[in-house]
Design a protein around this ligand. Structure first.
Ligand code: 5GP
Ligand code: MN
Length: 326
């Protein structure tokens, strides 16, 4: 699968007639922000049909983003599309039901910043040096000669702020700050965005947080923090899947913890695992053999087995990875 330059991607977008823009299931801030930033950029390029679709609903904390109301579930989108832009993910199985919208003639362009070595699709711009796909997309905008608007800025800022943990994770670079400065200069209300995206929570999320925090146990002399959200926790809290985003940070932030693990029981035989690790431990590598991926510091996978079995299996992999590290 050939890597292309952003300039070539702009050419393809200019020529395209009907474009689909999508991202991964369980969309986070970078997924929603990058989809919408790409949408606004393509609309600035030409007046053709651009459809945004995500397999799962946009989380409430991102629903105010300009254009979010245009994101449709795949069932109501009408193919064919001659170009599909897939952002923040490089594997087609991670876009869920949206993959049904791709035809044999659809040219797939991947824009991503994950570590995956073999992205799906026809053409890709994948560069793990970018803190967020939203950061990469501002370079796409510059390359296309599209002027930065307030709309694009809001979408890209949310993408950058969420994937960098408010510009404090190790992926944050001088470039991230330079791009953020340009975005903020369009007049972004950063305090209001921060409150909506990071601080405000539903009562359901608060109830879930309490249950999660109570579940956390420290193992191996405190190097591993293991937390669980059961299907019952979700039901009793009346929580949505989006309410689980970021819970794992509370476990990761415990002093001395090298790896934090969050097991979320989806049903009797499906568990979503999230991993966070300190520098020197590669979460994406640990989960590679378990069908997952992501970044060195943050990765995830889905395990098709009961919770107890998933916990034992993943714990074994983490312990193996920790062996020999200090
Ligand atoms: P989270 O734990 O917040 O769901 O995801 C953390 C990181 O791991 C994100 O960058 C996300 O894209 C990646 N990730 C999460 N789940 C999966 C998965 O099932 N497969 C792959 N390849 N990556 C995942
Ligand atoms: Mn991302």
């Amino acid at each position: 699968m050939p890597q292309i330059k952003l300039g070539e991607m702009v050419q393809r977008l200019r020529q395209a007639k009907r474009i689909l823009v999508t991202s991964h299931v369980s969309p986070d801030g970078d997924a929603v922000g990058a989809v919408l930033a790409v949408y606004h950029i393509i609309r600035a390029l030409h007046d053709r049909d651009v459809v945004c679709s995500l397999a799962h609903p946009v989380p409430k904390r991102y629903a105010w983003l300009p254009g979010a109301d245009r994101i449709c579930p795949p069932e109501v989108c009408a193919p064919p599309f001659d170009v599909a832009v897939i952002v923040d993910v490089a594997q087609l199985d991670r876009i869920g039901a949206v993959s049904a919208l791709l035809g044999d003639d659809t040219q797939i362009i991947v824009l991503d910043h994950h570590l995956e070595t073999a992205p799906a699709g026809d053409l890709a711009v994948v560069d793990p040096r970018y803190a967020a796909t939203g950061e990469l997309i501002i370079e796409l905008m510059d390359c296309a000669g599209v002027a930065l608007t307030r709309e694009i800025a809001e979408c890209a800022y949310v993408a950058l702020a969420t994937d960098t943990g408010s510009f404090k994770y190790s992926n944050t670079t001088e470039r991230s700050h330079r791009i953020a400065a340009r975005l903020v200069a369009t007049g972004l209300p950063v305090a209001e965005i921060g409150r909506r995206v990071f601080d405000e929570m539903s009562a359901a999320r608060f109830r879930l947080l309490i249950r999660f925090v109570n579940s956390v146990t420290l193992l191996d002399g405190g190097r591993i923090a293991l937390g669980t959200v059961t299907a019952n926790d979700m039901a009793e809290s009346e929580a949505l899947e989006e309410d689980t985003e970021g819970l794992i940070n509370f476990a990761r932030n415990i002093e001395g913890v090298d790896v934090a693990m969050l097991f979320r029981e989806v049903d009797n035989h499906t568990v979503k695992l999230s991993l966070r690790s300190r520098e020197g431990v590669n979460s994406a590598e640990i989960l590679r053999s378990l069908g997952g991926g992501g970044h060195a510091a943050a990765a995830g996978t889905t395990l098709e087995m009961p919770l107890r079995q998933a916990t034992a299996l993943a714990l074994r992999h983490v312990r193996e990875a920790l062996q020999g590290t200090l």
